[in-house]
Design a protein around this ligand. Structure first.
Ligand SMILES: [Zn+2]
Length: 277
């Protein structure tokens, strides 16, 4: 009896110390699914604030099994813009507004003077996803901790400036890149535990290649959408991407004529993701 009481007291003290150590951030929502999976790895105790209140319905194996080419009734287009906010964001938002289209912006830390554009995107009903704070591949993919640190900074940058809580994210360079071979599985596993869904893409606008003009961007997108029933298109939203903005309106007009419907991504849209080798 006595030893049981001692043990119980010991556990209570350990728990209190843990709560105290974490600055009182051990939250009530760490129950059920979270509680069973947590505490196995040291980094799971970090960044409690970036555990999404919505648990991801997809495990890492589910994500790998997603068939990106399965047929569905409506042909759906998801326009996505990486690397903003930038001076181009406003021009993109004007076009989206004109055609009453919702899209997705995967943002990074850029100049503070561009923050109002990110706010406007939120106000106009677009989705904001986490892309990266530093966007430095050689730093963020070094370890799970390094990734979580960068993710959390970007998450807080979005939340603190807009009040919006992101639920989806996109890896810089895509989920399979030359910098994350050693860490990608662990990063995805931890991010899935945290309740976040990531999206790669299945249509390239090729606007990140140097010297691409509006016509070649237009052709990349229109050709890339052919034969698909779901297209997640990657564009870039940065100061130099004037051609992207120039191509966007014609892309929208053509795709609308072809019967595509447009929507913003959210955590209920089945992800398009690259296969991990
Ligand atoms: Zn990027």
């Amino acid at each position: 009896m006595k030893s049981k009481a001692y043990r119980l007291t010991f556990y209570i003290i350990v728990f209190m110390v843990c709560v105290w150590q974490s600055g009182g951030k051990v939250q009530q929502d760490l129950t059920g699914e979270y509680a069973r999976q947590i505490n196995k790895l040291s980094y799971q105790l970090d960044y409690y604030d970036t555990y999404s209140p919505v648990f991801s319905p997809y495990s890492i194996d589910d994500l790998q099994a997603v068939n990106t080419n399965e047929t569905q009734e409506k042909k759906m287009i998801y326009l996505t813009f990486d690397d903003g906010p930038s001076p181009r964001t406003e021009e993109i938002l004007d076009i989206l507004k004109k055609y009453d289209i919702k899209a997705t912006f995967f943002v990074i830390k850029t100049k503070d003077e561009y923050i109002p554009f990110m706010k406007r995107a939120v106000e106009e009903g677009h989705t904001i996803g986490v892309h990266s704070y530093s966007h430095k591949y050689n730093e963020i993919y070094r370890s799970v901790d390094a990734y979580l640190d960068d993710f959390t900074k970007c998450y807080n940058y979005i939340y603190d400036n807009t009040g919006y809580k992101p639920e989806i994210y996109r890896f810089p360079g895509g989920s399979v890149n030359n910098y994350n071979a050693a860490t990608r599985r662990d990063i995805v596993a931890e991010m899935s535990r945290r309740g976040y869904i990531y999206f790669d893409w299945n249509v390239e606008s090729n606007d990140s290649s140097r010297g691409k003009d509006a016509t070649s961007i237009y052709n990349s997108v229109i050709n890339g959408c052919k034969g698909k029933s779901r297209a997640i298109i990657i564009f870039h939203d940065s100061t130099s991407k004037k051609s992207t903005v120039q191509a966007l309106e014609n892309i929208i007009i053509t795709l609308k004529e072809d019967g595509w419907q447009f929507a913003a991504l959210d955590n209920e849209v089945k992800p398009v993701i690259f296969r991990m080798k």
